[in-house]
Design a protein around this ligand. Structure first.
Ligand code: HEM
Length: 512
């Protein structure tokens, strides 16, 4: 019996198929064609990787959302199985080889992938901009505020927040059995960013238990961004959902909105009366963003977009590096002793501030910071770039439209560059030839789209960690190395809190 006889017997008139059957048949044929194309005829068909990933981008959705930020771990498993180049989506290739990292991120022909970056809802900011020439223009406006020279001039702004952080730790040591350092570090880094960039101090560092609503709201939002990436319809629905529905679903939503409103009302005030900038107390981002020579005109939405993304980019990243440093220094006696000895020698009286310039000259503190940046990675989700013209990487032809990436964790965990890569070993940055390793510390990425806040971040790390390890004696309370396992939601989100008990604080006036 042939197929048409079968359908006739089953009661179907093939000359007049019911609409549903027709639709289903067309769907099935289209699906078969897509499957066959992606598996056998796609230009990337020969790149190794799981069949399911070659068929659908929902492979990544599953690991990002259902497995709760597990895609980086899954990429590790895939590279272990398939080698240094893996196809992990129909048109997505990930490379584990550190040489590919340089090729991808230093080459201006590979712009940021809009599918990934648009979900952050900040296309008018530098971070969210996917056009290379517009990004260059935006970066040139912001760069002067983040130069090494400007940071030295504004060092006091950072030091003042650090001093308040030490006082807050001292106060918490008398009221709490242990301090939540995960939120503590995010409090100080958020306060530094808002003070440095906008001359706005919200008292985040001084808030009880480091649980300021503006911070809590800001920290909880990356999962929602990833949901919007995978289901773009949510980008339109999300802003329309009333607050009373979102509030129980997204803890801290209210604080986040409050924070954004505070930034927005400052911007509205400055746009209405630009002369008010003279009263800011020090140079801030709006001195630069408002005074464009040609190019894009500043808008309220554009300024807000930059303000939000600067805060987001500068809060979690620096805080994570501080958390990694604190965990490893406190859990390793010999590292703690070496660091304490160096700080004590260079800084006999903790009651007098130590300048950034002097802290930068301390080799062991520098090595601790480098190792903390290496193991906190900066960004852990591989940041995607688009191939815009036919290209060959690692011997494989990549057609335009291919999405390429190489996660920072893959360079930082490379055992040939960093033997025993998962171990915290500051000494690896001190031996002969170790300066060559600097090239493989990619926490700030590389190329034109690398971190614009790199100098500010280094200054914060020296001042926060230098002051804290010189002035505060503490011990971990129950935090284990496995607690630093992370969910990859752009930045690493540690699965557990870092808690420590403070036993004494030096160099803080009793009345503070
Ligand atoms: C330890 C601290 C930090 C690390 C490890 C870090 C890391 C990174 C990385 C890896 C990128 C590239 C992301 C991508 O390719 O999409 C980036 C971009 C960026 N970072 Fe940072 N960052 C840090 C601190 C800061 C601070 C303090 C600021 C605030 C000024 C900042 C502002 C930015 C901005 C605006 C971008 C976007 C640049 C562009 O797209 O051209 N970051 N950062």
């Amino acid at each position: 019996m042939n197929v048409s006889q079968y359908f006739t017997l089953a009661g179907y008139d093939l000359n007049h198929p019911p609409p549903l059957v027709g639709l289903l048949s067309v769907g099935a044929i289209a699906l078969t064609c897509v499957v066959a194309y992606r598996l056998y005829f796609h230009p990337l068909a020969r790149v190794p990787g799981p069949v399911l990933a070659a068929l659908t981008d929902y492979y990544v959705t599953y690991y990002d959302l259902v497995k709760d930020g597990d895609m980086v771990k899954q990429l590790e498993r895939l590279h272990h199985r398939y080698g240094p180049m893996v196809r992990f989506g129909p048109n997505k290739i990930h490379f584990s080889d550190p040489k590919a990292f340089d090729l991808i991120y230093k080459d201006p022909r590979f712009p940021k992938d809009p599918w990934f970056y648009d979900a952050f809802g900040a296309p008018q900011s530098l971070f969210g901009c996917t056009d290379i020439s517009i990004a260059k223009e935006r970066a040139s406006l912001l760069r002067p505020l983040f130069s090494r020279k400007k940071i030295s001039q504004l060092e006091e702004v950072i030091q003042e927040v650090v001093d308040r952080f030490i006082v807050a730790l001292s106060k918490q040591s008398t009221t709490q059995d242990s301090v939540n350092f995960y939120r503590g570090f995010a409090s100080i880094t958020m306060e530094i960013i808002t003070t440095y960039c906008f001359a706005e101090t919200y008292g985040i560092v001084d808030y009880p238990d480091f649980a300021h609503p503006k911070l809590v709201g800001f920290q909880g939002s990356n999962f929602a961004v990833f949901a919007m990436q995978h289901f773009p319809l949510l980008r339109f629905l999300f802003p329309k959902i009333p607050l009373w529905i979102l509030k129980p679903l997204i803890p801290g939503m209210f604080g986040r909105r409050q924070f954004i409103q505070a930034l927005d009302s400052q911007i509205a005030g400055i746009l209405e009366d630009p002369a008010s900038l003279d009263r800011a107390g020090h140079e801030i981002v709006y001195h630069h963003l408002l005074h464009t020579k040609g190019g894009e005109k500043p808008t309220r939405a554009g300024l807000l977009s930059n303000a939000i993304s600067l805060t987001a980019a500068g809060t979690e990243t620096v805080a994570n590096a501080c958390a990694v440093a604190t965990f490893h220094v406190l859990s390793n006696k010999s590292i703690k002793e070496k660091l304490s000895k160096e700080l004590l020698g260079a800084w006999p009286d903790p009651g007098i501030s130590k300048s950034l310039e002097k802290l930068e000259k301390l080799p062991y503190l520098t090595a601790v910071i480098k190792e903390s940046l290496r193991l906190s990675h900066g960004v852990v989700t591989p940041t995607p770039r688009v191939v815009t013209e036919p290209t060959i990487i690692s011997g494989v032809f990549l057609p335009p439209g291919t999405i390429i990436s190489s996660g920072q964790t893959f360079t930082h965990y490379n055992p040939e560059l960093f033997p025993s890569p998962r171990q915290f070993q500051p000494d690896r940055w001190l031996g002969e030839g170790s300066s060559e390793l600097d090239n493989h510390l990619v926490a700030f990425s590389k190329g034109q789209r690398m971190c614009i806040g790199v100098n500010l971040a280094w200054a914060e790390l020296y001042l926060i960690l230098g002051n804290m390890f010189r002035k505060v004696e503490m011990e971990l309370t129950g935090t284990k190395e496995s607690d630093l396992e992370f969910r990859a939601l752009l930045t690493p989100r540690f699965r557990c809190l870092l808690r420590a008990k403070i036993t004494s604080v030096r160099g803080v006036a009793a009345s503070s």
